[in-house]
Design a protein around this ligand. Structure first.
Ligand SMILES: O=C(O)CCC(=O)C(=O)O
Ligand SMILES: [Fe+2]
Length: 347
């Protein structure tokens, strides 16, 4: 989705005649908010080679930008100096630069996915949204608490794990490696979640694992179902600092594996006519409970957008969104009634 009217040139052999003609517009990969670089940082770095007219997102990845120079010669200089080399002005990142091409006019698309403002409007069994679950003062305290602790850097976001470490390679936890009780700064939240009307009576601890995710503006999360064998039924996710939308997808022919990706995006699943898509707005300070069908049989996904269209209103993502996801590590196998999506029940 090119917002600048320009896009990535087709992938072709370096020396073919189809190579895009030199112009004033560059397509720059490995650069953008998802890798910690603002449009202003990029404009300043490229500005060393001539007047930059604008910097904009090349697509929704947050990691590819279009840089428009006033003069083609300046674009040529920037390309010669910056392509494939660590850029000192941009934290040493190695940029991949090509001349851009004008984007094809957008194909007419269907009506945008409506975004529900409440879980009853969303209408997925087991998904419950509670707004203002914490106060603004509690939100600040929670953010301050995690900001004094070490973050682990992933490709596009930062995380912290408590109770048990979540292993991204296996999408599971090492249940034998207990890291300790959940930290005291979440005690109030734990007291409150047991009182939620949708929470079933529970004699043992409701949750014992916490993952804190920090998403920079424009960064989302690929569609997935939290591994059934890793976690019990109820998953609680508290949104702090900034809003986002969460999309839920049901694939009739799906399995517990992630849907196939096209070019590292989720285009394949968007185009799957069988896939049912629904979305809900998650405001800061809200708590989302995923349980039952919504937890076991629907993929959840945070689109990689900087701006969300919510009920006809344009909502800007914050500079960051921080979520606290509370789960209970499962001991033994999952015996849910959604065997098709269950790693414990698939061969
Ligand atoms: O950020 C969120 O609200 C969701 C996080 C999530 O789905 C996960 O960690 O599995
Ligand atoms: Fe998840």
């Amino acid at each position: 989705m090119a917002k600048s009217g320009y896009t990535r040139p087709p992938l072709i052999a370096e020396d073919t005649a189809a190579r895009p003609a030199p112009s004033a517009v560059l397509y720059v990969a490995n650069c953008g908010p998802a890798v910690g670089l603002t449009d202003d940082d990029v404009a300043a770095a490229f500005g060393a080679y001539g007047e930059v007219e604008g910097v904009s997102a090349a697509d929704d990845s947050g990691a590819r930008v279009i840089v428009r120079f006033r003069e083609p010669a300046a674009a040529g200089r920037a390309m010669a100096e910056l392509h494939g080399r660590p850029c000192g002005r941009l934290a040493g990142r190695v940029l991949h630069i090509r001349y851009s091409v004008p984007a094809a006019p957008k194909a007419p698309v269907g009506v945008a996915l409506p975004v529900a403002l409440s879980s009853s409007e969303l209408g997925i069994p087991g998904i419950h949204l509670v707004e203002e679950f914490v106060t603004a003062a509690e939100e600040q305290e929670l953010l301050a608490a995690v900001d004094t602790r070490p973050w682990k850097r992933l490709a596009k976001r930062r995380v912290q794990h408590y109770g048990y470490e979540f292993l991204y390679e296996t999408r599971n936890v090492d249940s034998k490696q207990f890291l300790g009780e959940l930290p005291s700064f979440v005690s109030e939240i734990l007291n409150k979640i047991v009182t939620l009307p949708s929470v079933k009576n529970c004699t043992t601890k409701l949750v014992d694992q916490l993952t804190v995710n920090e998403y920079p503006c424009g960064v989302g999360l690929s569609p997935h179902i939290d591994t059934h064998s890793a976690f019990e039924e109820m998953i609680f996710s508290l949104s702090l600092a900034g809003p986002c939308i969460m999309e839920f997808r049901q694939y009739p022919k799906g399995s517990w594996h992630a849907p196939s990706m096209v070019n590292g995006t989720d285009e394949a699943s968007i185009q799957d006519p069988q896939c049912i898509r629904k979305a809900v707005f998650l405001p800061p300070r809200s708590m989302l409970l995923m349980s039952g069908e919504g937890r076991y049989a629907w993929h959840h996904y945070i689109p990689h957008h900087k701006i969300d269209d919510v009920a006809g209103q344009v909502i800007k993502r914050n500079s960051r969104r921080v979520s606290f996801t509370f789960r209970k590590v499962r001991v033994g196998l999952c015996d849910c009634e959604y065997g098709q999506f269950c790693d414990s029940q698939s061969k």
